[in-house]
Design a binder for this molecule. Structure first.
Ligand code: AGP
Length: 368
C-alpha cells in the first residue's frame, strides 16, 4: 500500500509522518493566507460571499481522530467566526435521524476520504438538501467526490494506521475556515492578522517541539509501564487530551481515558493514585489557574503528573513537564498535540508493539 512512499530512513512510517509536520502544515496553508486583508482564500469551497455569510450553525462530522480534530475545529469556528458549532461522530449522526437545516454548514472530515460511516452520513445529508463541504486528504476519494466543495489538506500519503499529520493539517484547515467565515462577519482585521501571523509561525514552532524528541522518548519509557493513563484538559485542551489518549491506546495498547479536567471530581478521580499517572494539557490560557488547582488535587491523591504546557508549574504540581512554544491562544491545540504523538510513539516502541499496523485496526474503515 506504500509502494510509492517509503520510511525515508525513519524506523517507522509513524515517526516519519510525525516528523513531516512542519512541511505538511506549510502545504495545508500554502497559497491560502492573505497578508494584506488577513483572510484565507479557499476557492475549493465553491461558495460566494453571500452564502459564506448566510450560515447560522456549523455541524462537523468525522470518525475517531477525525472527530477529535473536528472538536478543535468547532471551537476555532465558534471563537473566531462566532457561529455556533459542534462536532459529532459521523457514525452516530447518521443513525439518529438528525434535523437537516438549510442554514447549517455541514463539514465532513476524513484523511482517507473512504470511511464508510462518514461517506454514508454525507450521502444522507445531501439527500435531505444539506450543504456539505469536506476536509479531506486523499484527492479524488469517495468523500471528496460526494461533497459540494472543500479543503484538501495536501499532507501527502499517510501510511501509518495512527493519524498524525492529517490530524494537525485538519486543525490548520479549520483555522483557515474560521478565518474565512470570520472575516466576512465579526472577526476584526487585527484579530485576522494575529491568526495569519500565528499560522505563519506554526511550522517553526512544530520544529521546536520535535526537537524535544529525546526527552519525550525518555518520558515515554518512564510512563509506558503503567496499566493505564488519564489524560485531562479543558476547553481547547480537551480534544487534545482525547486525541492523546486515542494515540496511546491505539498503538501501545495501554489503557487511556480522557476527561475534561473539570469532570474529574464527578467520578474518575476515584481512579487516581500512584498506579494511574495523568497527562495534563495545561496551556497558558484563561483556565491556567483552574488547571493548576486540578494538578494539586491529583498530586494530593498520590497521582503522578506529566504536564504539557507553556511553563514549568513548580515541582509540587507536576513530576515532569514538556514545555512548548507559545503561539496565538486559539492555535494552542495544534502544538499541544505533537508531544502526545511522540509520547504514544515512543511508548509503543518501548513496549515492542507493531507501531505502524496495530492489532485489530485498519487504516481506513470502509465497512460499517
Ligand atoms: C486515528 O489514529 C485512527 N486510525 C482513526 O480514528 C481514524 O482517524 C478514523 O478511522 C477516521 O479515518 P479517516 O480520517 O480516514 O476518515
Amino acid at each position: 500500500d506504500a509502494g510509492h512512499y517509503d520510511t525515508g530512513g525513519y524506523e517507522h512510517y509513524l515517526l516519519k509522518e510525525i516528523s513531516e509536520q512542519p512541511e505538511t502544515i506549510t502545504r495545508t496553508m500554502s497559497g491560502r493566507l492573505d497578508e494584506r486583508f488577513h483572510v484565507a482564500h479557499l476557492g475549493g469551497l465553491n461558495m460566494d460571499a453571500r452564502e459564506t455569510r448566510s450560515f447560522r450553525r456549523v455541524k462537523i462530522i468525522g470518525c475517531g481522530s477525525a472527530y477529535y480534530s473536528g472538536q478543535i475545529g468547532a471551537q476555532l469556528i465558534e471563537e473566531l467566526a462566532r457561529i455556533p458549532s459542534d462536532a459529532e461522530p459521523a457514525s452516530e449522526f447518521r443513525y439518529r435521524n438528525p434535523v437537516v437545516d438549510p442554514d447549517t454548514l455541514y463539514v465532513a472530515i476524513s484523511q482517507s476520504g473512504e470511511t464508510y460511516d462518514t461517506l454514508a452520513a454525507v450521502q444522507e445529508l445531501k439527500r435531505k438538501g444539506g450543504r456539505v463541504i469536506g476536509i479531506v486528504n486523499a484527492v479524488g476519494s469517495a468523500i471528496a467526490r460526494e461533497v459540494d466543495g472543500g479543503i484538501y489538506l495536501h499532507a501527502g500519503p499517510e501510511v501509518s494506521v495512527a493519524s498524525t499529520k492529517a490530524f494537525t493539517s485538519t486543525a490548520v484547515a479549520f483555522a483557515l475556515l474560521a478565518l474565512h467565515l470570520g472575516r466576512v462577519r465579526d472577526l476584526s482585521p487585527a484579530d485576522g492578522r494575529r491568526i495569519v501571523e500565528g499560522l505563519r509561525r506554526l511550522p517553526g514552532h512544530v520544529e521546536e517541539v520535535l526537537a524535544q524528541d529525546d526527552k519525550i522518548a525518555e518520558l515515554a519509557q518512564k510512563y509506558a509501564g503503567h496499566a493505564g493513563m488519564m489524560f485531562v484538559g479543558r476547553v481547547r485542551g480537551y480534544p487534545v487530551a482525547r486525541e492523546g489518549a486515542q494515540k496511546l491506546k491505539e498503538i501501545s495498547y495501554v489503557h487511556a481515558e480522557a476527561y475534561p479536567a473539570s469532570e474529574l471530581k464527578h467520578g474518575p478521580l476515584a481512579l487516581i493514585g500512584p498506579e494511574m499517572p495523568t497527562v495534563a494539557i495545561v496551556p497558558d490560557d484563561e483556565l491556567l489557574d483552574k488547571n493548576l488547582t486540578t494538578l494539586g488535587e491529583i498530586r494530593a491523591r498520590g497521582g503522578r503528573v506529566l504536564m504539557v504546557g507553556h511553563r514549568e508549574p513548580g515541582p509540587k504540581l507536576a513530576d515532569d513537564v514538556i514545555v512548548i512554544p507559545k503561539n496565538e491562544i486559539e492555535l494552542d491545540p495544534i502544538l499541544l498535540t505533537i508531544p502526545l504523538q511522540l509520547l504514544a510513539y515512543h511508548a509503543a516502541v518501548a513496549l515492542g508493539r507493531d507501531v505502524d499496523k496495530p492489532r485489530n485496526l485498519a487504516k481506513s474503515v470502509t465497512v460499517e
